[in-house]
Design a protein around this ligand. Structure first.
Ligand code: HEM
Length: 205
């Protein structure tokens, strides 16, 4: 390789690394996404043996780190919702075993994104492949996702969700999370940058 080619190769390498880095950050940082993941050995990656467990079967990165096949789509959807929070209306009714919520928008494109967001998040609750692990309430929700049941009904302008659990502690998480979603609707990104406590965590300490 002559000197020219060597320089070009080095330059290309840096360019590629830089591009990779910036894409990586773009995927994670705007909303200070996941990054912590479930504790080692406890998350879906730690549980299943490689190739057999969720990591081997599902899309890359079933590690709770948020870098799976649908992460970018899911993130774009909730960013869109946060950006358009003023166009969203939400009503939450507490039930003994959970919540009943109606979340809607007069803007069809926002309504459509709400309808996409909820089943996508339900899927993540079931797979344990969460997002937002840096936020204690979300980390806790994903830990208990399999004990949550969502009945999702599309309405003309969004969704009605009945979210329940047989476990009293999980009911509290569901209700706390529903409050946080309402805060997302009220405050958009300002709220999304905050951490939210696990209900009753202070008492247990
Ligand atoms: C304005 C923004 C948002 C809206 C309108 C919205 C809407 C909803 C709705 C309607 C549900 C079903 C449960 C319920 O109604 O309480 C839900 C669940 C969920 N959302 Fe969002 N969301 C928003 C932002 C976010 C963000 C920023 C994240 C995470 C980064 C997120 C993650 C989740 C998760 C993990 C669930 C399932 C957990 C559970 O229901 O317990 N959402 N969201």
């Amino acid at each position: 390789m002559n000197r020219h080619r060597v320089y070009r190769t080095i330059a290309m390498t840096f360019l590629a690394a830089g591009l990779g880095l910036s894409l990586g950050w773009a995927a994670e940082k705007p909303m200070a996404e996941p990054q912590k993941g479930p504790p080692a050995g406890k998350g879906p990656m730690g549980k299943g043996p490689m190739g057999k467990g969720p990591m081997g079967k599902g899309p890359m990165g079933k590690s709770g780190q948020g870098k799976d096949a649908t992460f970018a789509t899911d993130r774009d959807t909730f960013h869109f919702l946060l950006e358009n929070h003023k166009a969203i209306k939400r009503n939450v009714k507490k039930l003994d075993n959970g919540v009943e919520t109606v979340t809607e928008s007069d803007k069809p494109e926002v309504a459509k994104k709400i309808q996409e967001h909820v089943p996508a998040m339900y899927e993540r609750l079931k797979s344990g492949n969460g997002v937002r692990y840096w936020d204690p309430l979300f980390a806790e929700a994903f830990k208990h996702g399999k004990k949550m049941k969502l009945e999702i009904t599309n309405t003309a302008k969004g969704v009605k969700v009945i979210e329940t659990s047989d476990n009293a502690d999980v009911v509290k998480i569901i209700q706390a999370h529903a409050e946080v979603v309402s805060q997302f609707v009220k405050n958009g990104f300002d709220e999304a940058h905050k951490e939210h406590p696990i209900p009753g965590a202070e008492k247990k300490k």
